[in-house]
Design a protein around this ligand. Sequence first.
Ligand code: S3P
Length: 438
Amino acid sequence: MSALTITPAGPLKGTIAVPGDKSITHRAIILSALAEGDSAISAYCRGEDCLNTMRAFQAMGIQIEERPEQLRMRGKGFWGLTEPAQPLDCGNSGTGIRLMAGVLAGQDFFTILTGDDSIRRRPMGRVVKPLREMGAAIAGRKGGELAPLAITGSRLRGLTYTSPVASAQVKSSLLLAGLYAEGVTRVSEPRRSRDHTERLFRYFGIPVQEDGSTVSIQGRPSVGWAGKPVVVPGDLSAAAFFIVGASLVPGSDVTMTSVGVNPTRTGVLEILTEMGANIQVLNRRDEAGEPVADLRVRAASLHGIRIGAERIPQTIDEFPILCVAAVLAEGETTITGAGELRVKESDRIATMTIELRKMGASIEETKEGLVIQGLGAMKTKRLRGAACTSYGDHRVAMSMAIAGLTAEGATQIQDTDCIETSFPGFELKLLELLTKNG
Ligand code: S3P
C-alpha cells in the first residue's frame, strides 16, 4: 500500500494533458466490442477501472490490442460475445459493473460480476431491480443488493422505468439492456445525469430518443453498427484537481488541453467560477460527438457559495475537490441534496469531513451534504499538514494531495494506490506543474 507525501509548494505552471475521460472510455470499449469490425480508441483512460472493463471483454472473446496511445478492438457484432470461463473482476469500478450488468442481462450465457471490497459494499439493487423487471435473471448477495452478481442471460422485454436517483450508471445499464430487449426501453430520472451513453450511441449510429430527462431506445436493432475511431476527450474530473490547485496556490497559471466540457459534467466549472475562480474555456470543438476545450486557470481569491440539489448530478465526482476549494475560500459554503456522495468509492461526505478536519478545516457533515466555514487562505489562516488516509478512494487521495499543497508543513496520505483507478501518473503531472515555476 503506497503513500504520498506532499509539502507546501509554489505556483503550478505549465500546459498539460490530463488522462482520457473514464466514463467515455468504458462506453467506447463496450460499444466497440458490440460493433462489427475494427475500432481504435485513442487518448483513452489507462486507469485500472477502464482496463478492468477491457479485460472483461477480452475474457468474452473480444480481440483487443492495448497500446499506450490507443486501444485497437475487433468487435464481433451484437451477438458476438462468448461466455467467460471465470468471474469478471470489475475492480473498483461502479461504472464497469453496472454497465456490464446491463449488457450481460440480455446475453445467452452465464456470467459472474465482482470487484474489490468497495465495489462489494456499493448498492447494486438500483440496477438489479429494473433489470429483473425487464426479465433478467440476476442473483446476488442480500437478494441482489450487493455484488458478486450472477447473471443468467435471458430474453429481455422493454421497460418504462422512473429511476429514483439521477444516475448515469443506472440509465446506461438499462439502455444497454434495452438494446437486447424486445420493444422500447424508456428511462426517466429526477434530474439529467451525464449523457455520454446517448452521445456515443448516436456516434455509432444507434438511434436514441431524448425528451427532457427521459431517454428511450428501440431494442434489437435490425442492423448492427460498424466499428469507428473514437478520440476520447480529457477527463474534466481529473482536470478538476489541477483547476482547484491552480486556483488556490498564488501565482499559478495552468492550461489543460482537450478537456471534455460536456454540459452534463461542467458543474465544477460553473461552481468554481461563481466562487471567484479565473477559468478560461478556450478553443471549443467537438470530438466523437463530445464537446472539448482547452482550460486555462489562474490563481484567484475564492468565496463560499450555496450548492443545492439541482446542481449535484453534473458535479457529482467533483465534491471531494470542491470541499478543498471551499475550505480555503472566504466565508461559508453549503452543499445540500448530495446524499449520493455517501455511496461512491467511499462515503465522501464522511471521509472528506474527517480528513480535512485533521488539517484544521471547519467542516460539518449533514445527512445529505456539508457545511464548510472557509479559512480565506489568501489572507491569513492556512491548513496545517497532517497524516491523512484515502480510504481507498482515488478522489479523496488526490483531493487531500491538493489540500496539502496549500498547508503549513507536510501532509502524508496513506493508501494512494487507488489513484491508479482513474489517474495513473497523477503525482508526475503535479511535479511537472510544480517544476515549471518561474
Ligand atoms: C459515472 C456516473 C456517475 C459517476 C461515476 C461515473 C458514469 O455515477 O459518479 O464516477 O460513467 O456513468 P452515478 O451515475 O451512479 O451517479
